[in-house]
Design a protein around this ligand. Structure first.
Ligand code: GDP
Length: 280
């Protein structure tokens, strides 16, 4: 299935899944012309979500040169080079490394069999070689430590959580354009997820929900998570969340092109000017 937006062709393989799974419930999540994107608010149009038309078009994440960087490459400091960042975080094992790899189209991040590998910040530096006049431009995807490890001492996991909190605190309003909060579609929200959402609100971080492992979701299956999100985000007073939720699968590629568009839009339109008043 294809549709066009701003000259960009978006394609998705598994069309039936989203449409059969979604409308049965009054979830306050509204399907869109893309099966991988749902809205929390009904009045938002897909066009409102993207910045100046030409930007997503010219921003081909997959074609960029991507380089993996560790904190030591930045002398253990957050870089202050004004490079726009998009952050990715979620529970351990949510599929974060797989998703970042799938989005940039290379095995940049080591996916883990053992939870707890990502204990610190890791960066994927993306560079696009421009023309003679524009020169090259850079963006960064930031890989934050996971939370909720079952087999890790409380003290240790509190320390990782502090790394995340500190990152958001330092980058709030400067450098960070959007946080992508990953949730495994099969897993209902619990208190530790809710705590992360409260942290984002409190630190004024604009965030967008990304569902992972969508291939594990069979048609007609009820999703407690989707219902929870519909209620939580649909009724919450905060407007730090992006109105669109993206369903993805690193395994099948479902929703990746849509996610790339949202990442591109965030990175190239840091002030969210392309968004309607619903995301201010
Ligand atoms: P991280 O700890 O969040 O970085 O998660 P990983 O990317 O290491 O993935 C955790 C586990 O989930 C691995 O066993 C992956 O193979 C699996 N996984 C990741 N993405 C998907 C997906 O889209 N579909 C399915 N079925 N499994 C996935």
């Amino acid at each position: 299935r294809h549709f066009r937006h701003g000259g960009l062709r978006i394609s998705s393989g598994i069309h039936e899944m989203a449409t059969t799974v979604l409308p049965r419930q009054a979830w306050r999540l509204y399907p869109t012309s893309s099966p991988a994107v749902f809205f929390i608010e009904p009045k938002v149009k897909l066009q409102q979500l993207f910045g100046p038309q030409e930007l997503p078009q010219t921003f081909a994440l997959r074609k960029m040169e991507a380089r993996y960087m560790r904190p030591k490459d930045f002398n253990y400091q957050l870089p202050d080079d004004q490079v726009p960042e998009a952050a990715f975080f979620g529970r351990s094992n949510v599929g974060k490394s797989s998703l970042i790899n799938a989005v940039v189209g290379s095995d940049l991040m080591v996916t883990s069999q053992t939870p707890g590998r990502t204990r610190t910040l890791n960066f994927a530096q993306l560079t696009a070689q421009g023309g003679k006049q524009t020169g090259s431009r850079s963006w960064r995807l930031v890989d934050l430590p996971g939370y909720g490890y079952a087999r890790v001492a409380r003290k240790e996991s509190a320390r990782w959580q502090e790394v995340t909190r500190q990152y958001f605190r330092d980058r709030s309003g400067q450098g960070l354009t959007r946080a992508f909060f990953l949730l495994d579609v099969r897993r209902p929200l619990d208190e530790s997820d809710a705590r992360q959402l409260r942290m984002l609100d409190k630190l004024h971080i604009q965030y967008q929900i990304v569902l992972t492992k969508w291939d594990k979701m069979s048609a007609h299956q009820d999703s407690q998570l989707l219902r929870q999100l519909g209620v939580l985000l649909g009724t919450k007073r905060s407007n730090m969340h992006h109105p669109a939720v993206v369903a993805t699968s690193s395994t099948t590629g479902f929703g990746l092109e849509e996610l790339r568009m949202f990442i591109s839009a965030a990175l190239t339109d840091p002030l969210g000017q392309g968004l309607g008043s619903d995301f201010s």
